[in-house]
Design a protein around this ligand. Structure first.
Ligand code: NAD
Length: 261
């Protein structure tokens, strides 16, 4: 898989899946710029560069187009090009549907849909100029494949990203740009730790254990699992794959029944 010397932007790379994606891309020789608004950004960049990886961070809120354009301009100033964009940053605040107000819906739309939209609009002109690009958008099995009650805002924004990634694939296919969508199942990240703390405030680790054993594979995904797939889709070798939705979920969307005999 060749991503060596490619310049990659990973949104939401300060923690969780984004951090795993940034780490795997950089381990394979990419030069990675993390866009994140979290206070953990500097620490993550320091830890990854401490491992000898070429990673830098730009404090960026993906709901703020001016902030995004400024960070993209700084990546261009530093490296002169952008080859890979991983639209990873996302949020999930679940509520029963009848209690889900417009503020909750707008929160998800602003980050989960308008975020990738804005970052992609800012980055793609640089890919078109070079007639090369790899866009990977992180959706979820939630929405496109499975759902639990209480997921409404998250589910509809994540399923929207499948159409988003496909449209990009068709629109920029003649510009040497591919666009693919990754749909992870449950992974061990701060997002899921937050869900565990809400569901079982008395014992979040028991919730995580139950969650892991509820998956056919018996464990949660690791951020690096998502990283290796993203890295392949972002590689030179993946040039014939575009507009595809790839599920990576430890089998959670597989069972035809839940009969146990
Ligand atoms: N963890 C899972 O089980 C799981 C499953 C399916 C899909 N996903 C998707 O994977 C992606 C990453 O999830 P995660 O579990 O690592 O989440 P996380 O909450 O652990 O990390 C998300 C990162 O995004 C950043 N972020 C949030 N809002 C931002 C904004 N406005 N601007 C810039 N950065 C912002 C956060 O600071 C954080 O670093 C999300 O798109 C999520 O929907 C996660």
């Amino acid at each position: 898989m060749t991503v060596k010397n490619r310049v990659a932007i990973v949104t939401g790379g300060a923690m969780g899946n984004g951090r795993g994606i940034a780490k795997v891309l950089a381990s394979q020789g990419a030069r990675v710029a993390i866009f994140d608004k979290s206070d953990l950004l500097d620490q993550t960049v320091a830890e990854l560069t401490g491992e000898g990886l070429e990673v830098c961070g730009f404090r960026t809120d993906i709901t703020d187009r001016t902030n995004i354009d400024d960070s993209v301009a700084r990546v261009i100033e530093k490296y002169g090009r952008i080859d890979i964009l991983v639209n990873n940053a996302g949020v999930m605040k679940n509520l029963p549907f009848l209690e889900t107000d417009m503020a909750n819906l707008d929160f998800h739309i602003d980050i989960n849909i308008k975020g990738p939209w804005n970052v992609s609009q800012s980055v793609i002109p640089h890919m078109v100029r070079n007639k090369y690009g790899r866009i990977v958008t992180i959706a979820s099995v939630t929405g496109g494949f499975v759902d639990d009650g209480g997921d409404m805002s998250y589910s509809i924004t994540k399923s929207a990203l499948i159409g988003f990634g496909r449209c990009l694939a068709m629109e920029f296919i003649e510009d040497g740009i591919t666009s693919n969508i990754i749909c992870p199942g449950y992974c061990n990240t701060p997002m899921v730790a937050g869900e565990a703390a809400e569901e079982r405030p008395d014992d979040p680790s028991a919730f995580l254990k139950d969650l892991a054993s509820s998956l056919p594979i018996g464990r949660l995904g690791r951020p690096e699992d998502i990283g290796f797939l993203a890295s392949y889709l972002a590689s030179d070798e993946a040039s014939f794959i575009t507009g595809q939705t790839v599920v990576i979920d430890g089998g959670c969307t597989l069972p035809e029944t839940n009969l146990d005999y």
